[in-house]
Design a protein around this ligand. Structure first.
Ligand SMILES: [Cu+2]
Length: 128
């Protein structure tokens, strides 16, 4: 019986480790019947952040939207405002984007979801 425990312990430890690694960042946004869940392996940091987006309408996955992400940084002393559009690619039932947060400071992120000629905007912000 003890042997069995020794055999499975490493498996359990590896599983727990991979789980905690998987969700360094998770953000849920909603607007009307739309919900966007953003996840990333790492919390927001200066540099390239790979974000995975899942979009739902009334709980059902939306896979036919055109998605855009904009990162905006308000003006800082000695620095004009910055606005960057990040390409978003569809990948199966989710969307993926490499969001380059080029410096520390205040970031405002807008997710544009275009479907049937209508565009919904979902926003959130954070400090780096
Ligand atoms: Cu700045």
């Amino acid at each position: 019986m003890r042997k069995v425990i020794y055999l499975f312990l490493p498996v359990v430890v590896i599983f727990m480790f991979s789980c905690t690694q998987k969700e360094g960042f998770k953000k849920e946004l909603s607007e009307g019947s739309l919900k966007v869940v953003i996840t990333s392996d790492q919390p927001p940091h200066v540099g390239i952040n790979r974000w995975k987006l899942k979009i739902y309408e009334d709980g059902k996955a939306v896979t036919d939207a055109v998605v855009k992400i904009n990162g905006y940084m308000p003006p800082m002393p000695g620095m004009p405002e910055m606005s960057m559009d990040y390409p978003v690619k569809k990948s199966g039932d989710y969307y993926v984007s490499d969001v380059n947060l080029s410096m520390g400071g205040t970031w405002q992120i807008t997710i544009f979801i275009e479907r049937d000629g209508k565009t919904e905007k979902l926003k959130f912000g954070f400090n780096l």
